[in-house]
Design a protein around this ligand. Structure first.
Ligand code: ZN
Length: 299
C-alpha cells in the first residue's frame, strides 16, 4: 500500500468513527434536550423565560388549592421527574419530596433555591418572597442550561437578563414603599410574607405567634393577648394575613383589626389563579401596602 492509499483509508475510517460517535452523542446523551421540572409554578415561570423555546418546563404544584406544606407527589409526578434532566426545588424542607424523587439520579442537574440563596435548614422557607431569589435563580438557570446546550448559552444569558429587567418595576415599588414606610412594626399571621417585609424595612411584632402558626401549634395565650393589645392600641402599621390558611384564631384577630381600623394586607402562599404571573401577584400585594401608607399620610 502506498502512503496516499494509507492516508485515504485512515481518513475514511476516522470519518466513519466520527459519524458513529456523533450519532451516538445525539441519541444517547439526554442532556441535549432540556426538560425542566420545578416543584413550584413560580419557579417554572422563571425557567420558561430563561429556556425560551429550547426545551420544556413542567411544574408539579400549579394549583393554589394545594398546600405545598402538606403536598405528596403522585406516581405520575414521579414518572415525570424520571424524564427530567433539570430539577428545581425550593429546599429548606419545604418540598423534600422533590429532593427525594431525584436523590438516586446522578445525571440530573439539581437546583436547590434555598442553597442558592445561602439559606440553611430551619430558615424561613418562603424565599420566593425575596425578589432577589428570582433574579439569582434566573442567572443560575442560564448557567446550568448553558452547560447542557452550550450552543444556546448566549441566548439563555440574554433571557435571564430580560427576566430580571421585567422584575425592575416591582423592585422600584419595593424601594418606594421603603422610603415612605410607616414608623411602626407589623403583625403577621404566619411567616409567609416576611422576606418581603424585610425588604420593605418593616420589623415583625409577633415573632413567637407566627412561629406557632407556621408549625401548626396553638399560639401561647400570652402571645395572642399581646397581639390583641397591639391591635387595639394602634401599635402596628398593618396586619398581614395569609388568605390560604383557615384558622379561627387568625380570623378572630382579623376581625379585631377591622373593628379597630388596622389595615390588613392579604397575601397567599402560592400564586392565585387570577394572577397570570409571579410579577403581577407580587405587584398586587405590594400595592396593598402602598395604599395603606398613602391613606396613613392622609390621616
Ligand atoms: Zn408556608
Amino acid at each position: 500500500m502506498n502512503n496516499l492509499k494509507k492516508i485515504s483509508i485512515f481518513l475514511i475510517i476516522s470519518s466513519i468513527l466520527l459519524l458513529i460517535t456523533g450519532c451516538s452523542n445525539k441519541t444517547n446523551n439526554p442532556k441535549r434536550n432540556i426538560n425542566v421540572t420545578t416543584s413550584l409554578n413560580f419557579y417554572g415561570e422563571v425557567a420558561k423565560d430563561v429556556l425560551g423555546n429550547h426545551g420544556s418546563v413542567t411544574s408539579i404544584i400549579n394549583n393554589p388549592n394545594i398546600d405545598p406544606h402538606d403536598f405528596e407527589p403522585k406516581s405520575s409526578d414521579a414518572r415525570n421527574v424520571s424524564k427530567t434532566n433539570v430539577m428545581v426545588s425550593n429546599g429548606l424542607g419545604y418540598d423534600s419530596w422533590a429532593e427525594n424523587l431525584t436523590s438516586n439520579n446522578k445525571d440530573i442537574t439539581k437546583v436547590n433555591v434555598g442553597k442558592l440563596m445561602g439559606k440553611n435548614s430551619g430558615d424561613n422557607p418562603h424565599i420566593w418572597y425575596n425578589i432577589d431569589t428570582m433574579k439569582k435563580l434566573a442567572y443560575e438557570l442560564a448557567n446550568q442550561f448553558g452547560k447542557l446546550q452550550p450552543q444556546n448559552k448566549k441566548a439563555f444569558e440574554q433571557n435571564a437578563k430580560d427576566y430580571v429587567n421585567k422584575l425592575k418595576p416591582v423592585e422600584d415599588k419595593i424601594n418606594n414603599i421603603k422610603k415612605s414606610k410607616i414608623d411602626k412594626p407589623v403583625a403577621v399571621s404566619e411567616p409567609v410574607f416576611d422576606y418581603s417585609l424585610d425588604k420593605l424595612g418593616y420589623s415583625i411584632a409577633d415573632k413567637s405567634f407566627e412561629e406557632a402558626i407556621e408549625k401548626g401549634n396553638d399560639p401561647a395565650p400570652a402571645d395572642i393577648r399581646q397581639l390583641q393589645n397591639d391591635i387595639i392600641h394602634h401599635k402596628l402599621a398593618f396586619f398581614v394575613v395569609n388568605k390560604q390558611v383557615n384558622s379561627k384564631i387568625v380570623t378572630n384577630l382579623a376581625n379585631l383589626a377591622k373593628k379597630n381600623k388596622l389595615p390588613i394586607v392579604y397575601v397567599t402562599e402560592t400564586k392565585p389563579v387570577n394572577m397570570s404571573n409571579y410579577i403581577k401577584w407580587m405587584d398586587n400585594q405590594y400595592d396593598q401596602v402602598l395604599k395603606i401608607q398613602k391613606n396613613n399620610r392622609l390621616k
